[in-house]
Ligand binder design. Structure first.
Ligand code: HEM
Length: 180
C-alpha cells in the first residue's frame, strides 16, 4: 500500500484525535515502520490494518466507520497531491464513472507499484451510477467515503447505498444517486 495513504491516515488521526492518539496507536500496533512513512514509499497493507485496529480500540469506533471517515478526509488529500487528475472533471458523476478507466490508470503511471481496486460500471445515466468495487483488501467503506467526499468537493448532494456481494467486502455494489 502506498505511503500517501499512511501519511494521510496519520494526519487525519492527528487532526481528529490529537498527537497523543497518533503516538498511542503507533505504539500499540507494533508496526515495522513505527509511524515513519514517506508518501512515495510502499508498505505492507497489514501495517495499515494494524493501525486501524489500534485506532478502533483507542477511540472505541468500528473499523468500517473509521474507514468511511478516512475516505471523506482522503479525497481532499488526493486532490491536493494530484490536482492535475481531479481537475479534468467539472462535476462528480463523470469522475466516479472514470475511476477505473482514467483516474486509477493515471495513478498507476505515477505509482507503478500501487495496488488498486477495480470499479466496474454496471449502469450509467445523468443522475444514477451503479458500480461494483472489487479488491482483495475489502476497503469498501474507504471507497464509500471517497465517493461522498468527491460530491461535496463539487458542492453536490448525493445518496450512496451499497450491497455486499461478498460478506468480506471484497466485492461490493454501489448505487450512487444525485438530483442535479
Ligand atoms: C472518488 C474517487 C475514488 C475512489 C472511490 C477511489 C477508491 C480507492 C480505494 C477504495 C482505494 C484503496 C485500495 C483498495 O481498495 O484496494 C484506492 C487507492 C488509491 N487511490 Fe483511489 N479512489 C478515488 C480517486 C482517486 C484519486 C482522485 C486519486 C489520485 C489523484 C487516487 C489515488 C489512489 C492511490 C494513490 C491509492 C493507493 C494505492 C496503493 O496503496 O497501492 N484515487 N482508491
Amino acid at each position: 500500500m502506498k505511503g500517501i495513504i499512511f501519511t494521510e491516515f496519520l494526519d487525519m488521526v492527528e487532526a481528529q484525535y490529537g498527537l497523543a492518539v497518533v503516538d498511542e496507536i503507533i505504539t500499540n500496533s507494533k508496526t515495522l515502520h513505527h509511524g515513519a512513512y514517506t508518501s512515495v514509499g510502499t508498505y505492507d497493507f497489514n501495517e495499515m490494518v494494524s493501525l486501524l485496529v489500534a485506532l478502533g480500540e483507542v477511540v472505541s469506533k468500528d473499523i468500517q466507520d473509521l474507514l468511511y471517515t478516512f475516505g471523506l478526509y482522503l479525497f481532499k488529500s488526493l486532490d491536493e497531491a494530484h490536482p492535475e487528475i481531479v481537475r479534468n472533471y467539472t462535476s462528480p458523476m463523470p469522475l466516479i464513472a472514470a475511476i477505473e478507466d482514467h483516474i486509477h490508470v493515471h495513478v498507476k503511471k505515477l505509482y507503478p507499484d500501487a495496488d488498486l481496486p477495480s470499479f466496474l460500471v454496471l449502469e450509467k445515466s445523468k443522475n444514477k451510477l451503479i458500480l461494483v468495487y472489487r479488491s482483495t483488501r475489502g476497503l469498501y467503506s474507504l471507497a464509500h467515503g471517497l465517493i461522498v467526499s468527491a460530491f461535496s468537493h463539487y458542492g453536490q448532494e448525493v445518496h450512496v447505498s451499497f450491497d455486499l456481494l461478498e460478506t468480506d467486502g471484497t466485492k461490493v455494489k454501489f448505487i450512487v444517486e444525485t438530483h442535479v
